[in-house]
Design a protein around this ligand. Structure first.
Ligand code: AQP
Length: 333
């Protein structure tokens, strides 16, 4: 029997943060190493252009993301690692799915509401609006059974399931209905400057995030400046969201549970905790950073990886798209 399929994607909309790492990339590596699934991991450049991008930065960030994924442990010999725009079937299936998606559904998407707040109404593009449909196409093209996503992407996955069911009911069984794989602990890392909003690689304030590739001194500085509170006690609760977030980061990098960390820092001040946290993060990122430096300078190897990845993905995607076109009544060439 062939293995069940896992699909996930990440936008090259900036450099990856420790939020992306803890909430997504690290899980991808664990899932890959279980050897139970066929894993497809995709750098979703087509998603990234739903907000303005500088072309030369997008090119740079795409290769950086590819290198960072491999540095964090995605092995192109084990997983299919590719760039979304290299497989045209993503755009093609999106068009078909657009025709069975109701605007009412898209109007309810929280990410669209959040992201469109950043722009004047007249400059919100329709790609941002139909972003979830492209995401549905990404997943359904590969007949993925499992989609490791952060909490914030759950709503999009619900839409994907809904579209798959609608298509299957209207025509006949075509798509596997995907399920989210959400890791309970440490699923959501918050901004260091505003613990009410999630850490994002495209945040305008660079003190809000720690990048996977930040230098040790930068990490120390950003953690030192992280917003806390005036209670002065290291405790894990929703009144002290800043400290809670820092404890979550500490826990993610050391695998110690929250209670152990709180007990360890009983009676100690925020300053000491922050200093220790910075060292924990620096040490945790060190091997990734070393491996990244080698990869990013090896352009030939990167090209080989993304070309081979695209070929494998293309083969799988075409198979689904052919079925879809046939069922909806398009005449094969
Ligand atoms: N702060 C976070 N904590 C935990 N998980 C996170 N993810 C993102 N931020 C956090 C997870 O990372 C995966 C890839 O996300 P993405 O790049 O496709 O888009 P995003 O969720 O919009 O991530 P960013 O960093 O916030 O990007 P921008 O700033 O471009 O919007 C997803 O699985 C996501 O859940």
């Amino acid at each position: 029997m062939s293995k069940e399929i896992v699909f996930s994607g990440i936008q090259p909309s900036g450099e990856p943060t420790i939020g992306n790492y803890i909430g997504a990339i690290r899980n991808w590596v664990d899932i890959q190493n279980e050897d139970k699934y066929t894993c497809l991991y995709c750098v979703v450049d087509m998603h990234a252009i739903t907000v303005p991008q500088v072309p030369k930065d997008l090119r740079k960030h795409t290769l950086e993301m590819l290198s960072a994924l491999m540095a964090a442990g995605i092995d192109p010999e084990k997983s299919i690692l590719f760039i979304q725009s290299h497989v045209p079937a993503h755009a093609e299936l999106t068009w078909v799915l657009n025709t069975i998606t109701y605007m009412g559904q898209l109007n309810r998407m929280t990410q669209f509401k959040e992201k469109s707040k950043r722009f004047e109404e007249a400059s919100i593009n329709s790609g941002l609006y139909t972003y979830p449909v492209l995401m549905a196409a990404d997943i359904l093209l590969y007949q993925a059974k499992y989609v490791p996503v952060g909490e914030d992407q759950k709503q999009h996955l619900e839409l994907t399931r809904d579209l798959a069911e609608r298509f299957n009911n209207r025509y006949s069984d075509t798509f596997v209905i995907p399920e989210p794989l959400i890791k309970e602990q440490g699923a959501r890392i918050m901004s260091l400057q505003d613990p009410e909003s999630k850490m994002s690689k495209s945040d305008a304030d660079e003190n809000a995030y720690i990048l996977l590739l930040d230098e040790p001194d930068v990490i120390r500085r950003k953690i030192k400046r992280a917003v806390t509170d005036s209670e002065g006690v290291i405790a894990y609760n929703d009144r002290q969201k800043g400290i809670k977030n820092l404890i979550n980061i500490y826990s993610a990098f050391t695998n110690e549970d929250v209670e152990t960390i709180v007990a360890k820092y009983e009676g100690k001040g925020y300053g000491i905790f922050k200093e220790d946290l910075a060292e924990v993060v620096i040490e945790g990122l060190r091997p990734i950073q070393e491996s990244y430096k080698e990869l990013i300078n090896n352009k030939d190897y990167l090209e080989k990886v993304y070309k081979e990845g695209a070929e494998k993905a293309e083969y799988m995607a075409r198979k689904t798209l052919r079925k879809v076109y046939k069922k909806i009544g398009f005449i094969p060439r």
